[in-house]
Structures are given as structure tokens and as C-alpha cells.
Design a protein. Sequence first.
Length: 465
Amino acid sequence: MTEISKAEILRQKDFISRISDINSKKEHKPLAFVETYGCAQNFNDSEKICGMLSDMGFGFCENKEIADLIIYNTCAVRENAEMRVYGNIGAIKNIKRKREGVLLGVCGCMVQQEKIAENVKKRYPYVDMIFGTHALYRFPEILANAMEKNRVFDIENSEGAICEDISCKREAPPLAKVPIMYGCNNFCTYCIVPYVRGRERSRKVEAVLSEVRQVASEGYKEVMLLGQNVNSYGNDFKDGTSFAYLLGEVCKIDGIERVRFMTSHPKDISDELIDVMAREEKICNQLHLPVQCGSSRILEKMNRRYTKEQYLEIVRKVREKMPDIVLTTDIIVGFPGETNEDFEETIDVLKKVRYDTIFSFIYSKRGGTPAAVMEDCLTEEEKHKNFDRLLEVQNEISKEKNDEYLGRIEKVLVEGASKTNPEYMSGRTDGGKIVNFKGNTDMVGKIIDVKITKTQTWSLGGEVL
Ligand code: 5AD
Ligand code: SF4
């Protein structure tokens, strides 16, 4: 693992001071509008962009019409996310016409792909900054150049490097996201992530712990440890450091009451991890374990490196130690070559595992991945029909799983007021289920006992005891 050198960090800090000086002399604090697509990792990257912007004297707004700086942090996992970004960049043309001096940046996974970045550069000449995931720490320099009216195109692949010491502007407590590693080595054949986020590299144990201590001191109660495959945390140190060890250390930190993590690759779930989850009170009773597909034949084509039977065995082992664990998964419908019989195997896994929730996607072809050139057999219509059926089967299971909570008393970490009714608060159980109940904002950040009185497919309702 290489870390960005102290000298380079100081160089970026110098750009931060220069921009901050310029901004402090302006009549009004300039405003930034930052929109993020995709996964928790991308949202964490945006928290860093906002942290740097804050250090540079920017305020923030939720209306791009009044913004001085507009940033789109993009996702490349599926085509629909990319389409939305193209639509949004197109719409900024008018804003730039109306208000001179507005700067527009497009960053993240989508533009870490050279062809796409070139396309954005050509098609939208008014985009001032195009920079990939690897350039995140160079954002102050990129912005300084753009402010001097130079168009910036920075998709250089500095893969392997980790940059500590970037400010982070998080959402208000109680939940904090803390990355523990970056990149992915798995190369599932449908997935673009290893190409845009580089190889796996773990942050040092001490760097993770110090960030968790920091958020604890700021009043955050729950941390979500992030990585594309947290189970391989520490493999790159080659000294036996494991994710289970890191979890144990995080749990020792005072003030942090709940620890969650995402995502776990089933092939790397160790007995040591299951043991530490069962043992440590603070580790939430929840596991996100993407199965992707129930057919062993398709799993092999996906390069997932487990069979249906091996996956079910992992679930059995997990449930043996944690009988009421909340299990969630990701599923792709319509991978190239998937037949209706293969799809039935996925339905079978759903019925056998009985997940609490699933996140399902129709396969989206990603240029440059091995699956993009594999032969397909089902029509789009058939894929959609299967997708709808998957949801139907799962919705029934989700509702039944939630019904089991009726009358139970759950410990709920209160996150904030409900978006639809301010008299109602919203929080999560230890298992990660959303609970809505009548309350007040004094409860935010506290763990309170709620009796579950109502169940729906996606959430629970209750009364404070
Ligand atoms: N098409 C559809 N879904 C995908 N995912 C990753 N790549 C693709 C793709 N090309 C899904 C997987 C992964 C989740 C984050 O996104 O299910 O677990
Ligand atoms: Fe993509 Fe597979 Fe890596 Fe997850 S484990 S990021 S699905 S390649």
C-alpha cells in the first residue's frame, strides 16, 4: 500500500488556503451544489469533496439555480445511473448561459472510464472539470485551475494510493460512514468497479480507529465500515490482520454504540468473522450478503467463486450462531445466458434463505467487462417478467418477516424526523429495519425502546415505551 506523500498533501493544502483567501474576499460566500449517485463509498467521497469545499470557504445549497459551483459525483455500476448524469449535465447548459462564472465539475466512477470521460469532454464543452476517483485528493488543485479558467481533465490512474488527512463534511449525527479499504480484486464478470476503483487497498488499522474515535467524539453513535469487500480487509498487509480483528478493535471505542459494515463477499466470510459478530454486542444483528444469482452455472459465469450450495451453507452457519440475524442481499436478473430454469434457482434461494430485504437489478451491460461480450438468451420482456416475479415473491417474504416483529420491543437508534410527518420520528432497529413512531427531535441520536405495533413490507411502526 502506498500513501500519498506528506509533500503532496501539503501542496493540496496550499491550494486550499489560496482558494479560501480568494473566497473570503468575496461579497457573498460562494455556494456549492453537490449531487451524488451510487453507493455508500461514493457518498463518502462526496463528504470529502464537501469537507475540502468547506475548508476552501464554500457554503452549500440544494438548488443548483443559485449555485456558484456544481459537482456531479457519478456512478458507473448500471446504465440508468449514467443516463441520469448525462441528462443533468445537459440541463446545466442553460444555467451556465444565464449566470457567468458558474463552474461545473463531473467526477467519480463514470468518468474514471477513459472513453466515457473523453465523450463527456467532447459532448459538453462547458464542463470545466472532469476528474476520476483516483484524483479525489487533488480536487483543491483541480478547482484552483478551473477558477483560473483552465479546463481540467484528470483521469490519471494513481491506483494503489491512499490519501489520509482529507477533511470530511458528514451529515449530522448519529450515523457516520468510515471507509476501511478501497478498490476490489474480485472481477465479477458483470462489474465495472474493479476497473474504476482499482485494486484492493486497506487503510491502516490505526487510521480507521483514529477516524472512528474522532466521529465518536463528535457525537456519532453508529459507524458503517465501508469497503467493496470488507471481508478481505488487511489481506494486503500480509501480516494476518483480518476484518474480524478490526471489528473487535472498533467495538472497544467508547461512545460508538453500533457498528455495521458493507459489503461482504460470501466467498470470504470466515468463521472468525461469524464468531466476532455473535460475540460483540455493538456489532449489529445484520448481514448484507450478495448472492447475485441462485444458479451455480450462472454464478460460475459471474466469477463469484461459490456455488448455490456453498452459499446456503454459509447462511446456515451464520444463522446457527445468530438465529434472528437480519439478512439482505443483492440479485441480478438477466445475466447473459441466464435461462428461466436458472432464474427458478434464484427464486429457490429466496424461499430457502428468506431474506428480510433484497436489492434487485436487471443486468446492465458494462463496456470492458467480460460479461459484455457473453451471449444472451432471454428477451428484455422475459427479463422484466422475471424481475417482477422476483419482487412479488420477495415482498411477501419481507412482509411475513416484518410481521414477526409485531408486539416485540425493539431498541431503535433515532435518526431524525420523518420526511412526511414532522410529528413522527424515524430510526432503525439493531437489525437495520426502519421504524416510524410518534416522538420529538430531542430523541435524535438516542437509543430508545419502541414497541412494534404496525408492520409494512419496507418498514415497521411503533410506540415509544
Ligand atoms: N448490472 C446490474 N447490476 C449490477 N451490479 C453490479 N454490476 C451490475 C451490472 N452490470 C449490482 C450487483 C452489486 C450491486 C452493488 O450492483 O448486484 O452487488
Ligand atoms: Fe463488483 Fe464483485 Fe467487486 Fe462487488 S465483489 S465490487 S460485485 S467485482
